[in-house]
Write a protein that binds this ligand. Structure first.
Ligand code: SF4
Length: 333
């Protein structure tokens, strides 16, 4: 008589690269389940930590760029924002939706994540976890191995794909149970929890809010530029980015688009690179040049020569500096 071979259960996990992601995968792998990870990239977060976790554990990782759909969601997240511009609940729902589609096309049985009930008061309480399931399009296919025993039983547990007894019932903000479990699995290094998402950064969020409020196009360049320099709003359609450090100046040059933007720099004296995304009318260029001179080492009393580069021409204009104290009113803070 030919015996049925036990079916190889395949689970796909969302991986942030943090300890909880790692543990949730190892708990399932410990049961003989084949686990792989998926991780998403946008201008706001990268797959860097997930790649490290994959190297450390040997769990295969798939990386997908979801910027286009993410930006659409970010304009009007149905569940709103957290403390800053972080739409955590809809972000999770979108990620589970993307992961669910990947699951369907690559023959996985279910999805899982390292979320722990009550660990983050807003995004990981019971109703948030339910919201994410319902809005992901994959309700009933998501397992949280670290908190499963204090959440309703899932179809995967009912069907015997997963042994609920060998899952956990972690709840709340204490990290002690995870640290003890990490020791059991021999995990010695892992990144600090949280961090790494620019949408939780107050300064970045204010600059992003300014872009959205002014109807600026959320291009990759615009979003990467938000990480660097001082940002000033000169008019409803005009803003500038002023390098604060050598590194800012280099980054500004990297994201400068010669086809559309204007780039300003004081001649003959050290000073910042100033980028005007999308360019602007002559009075705005003139104002930007005055501000640019104010942040340079050019003497205050005499006119400064500022080089302005646009796709149409490169010209030098002579301006009187506006001091940083005066131009402060344009700062996006
Ligand atoms: S912190 Fe950022 S990446 Fe994490 S769920 Fe919130 S919005 Fe998404």
């Amino acid at each position: 008589m030919v015996m049925d071979q036990p079916r190889n259960v395949r689970a796909l996990g969302l991986c942030s690269g943090g300890l909880d992601s790692m543990l949730s995968a190892l708990v399932l792998r410990d049961q003989g389940i084949h686990v792989e990870w998926i991780c998403f990239e946008t201008p706001f977060f990268t797959s860097e930590k997930a790649r490290l976790a994959s190297q450390q554990t040997g769990i295969p990782l798939h990386v997908e760029d979801i910027t286009v759909d993410y930006l659409e969601m970010l304009q009007h997240p149905p569940a709103g924002f957290g403390k800053n511009m972080n739409p955590c609940m809809d972000c999770h729902a979108l990620m589970f939706n993307k992961a669910g589609r990947f699951m369907q096309t690559h023959g996985f049985d279910f999805l899982f994540s390292g979320e722990v009930r009550g660990q983050r008061p807003m995004s990981q309480n019971v109703s948030s976890l339910r919201y994410v399931e319902k809005h992901s399009g994959f309700d009933g296919r998501i397992l949280r191995p670290l908190s499963a025993q204090c959440l309703p039983e899932t179809p995967m547990e009912q069907q015997g794909l997963v042994d609920r007894e060998r899952l956990f019932g972690f709840s709340g903000r204490s990290r002690k149970p995870q640290i003890a479990l990490a020791e059991k699995f021999g995990i010695k290094s892992y990144p600090a929890p949280a961090g790494g998402c620019l949408l939780t950064d107050p300064g970045y969020s204010r600059r992003l809010r300014d872009l959205i409020d002014h109807g600026d196009e959320l291009t990759r360049n615009a979003l990467f530029l938000l990480r660097h320099g001082r940002h000033m709003r000169l008019g409803s359609k005009t803003k500038i980015v002023i390098g604060r450090t050598q590194q800012d100046n280099e980054q500004i040059l990297q994201w400068y688009d010669g086809e559309t933007d204007a780039l300003l720099k004081v001649k003959n004296y050290p000073g910042p690179s100033v980028l005007m995304p999308g360019g602007g009318p002559d009075p705005m260029i003139f104002l930007a040049a005055c501000i640019c001179a104010g942040y340079s080492k050019a003497p205050d009393a005499a006119p400064a020569q500022v080089q302005v580069e646009t796709s149409a021409k490169t010209q030098t204009i002579s301006v009187l500096a506006i001091s940083p104290g005066e131009s402060k009113r344009f700062l996006i803070t």
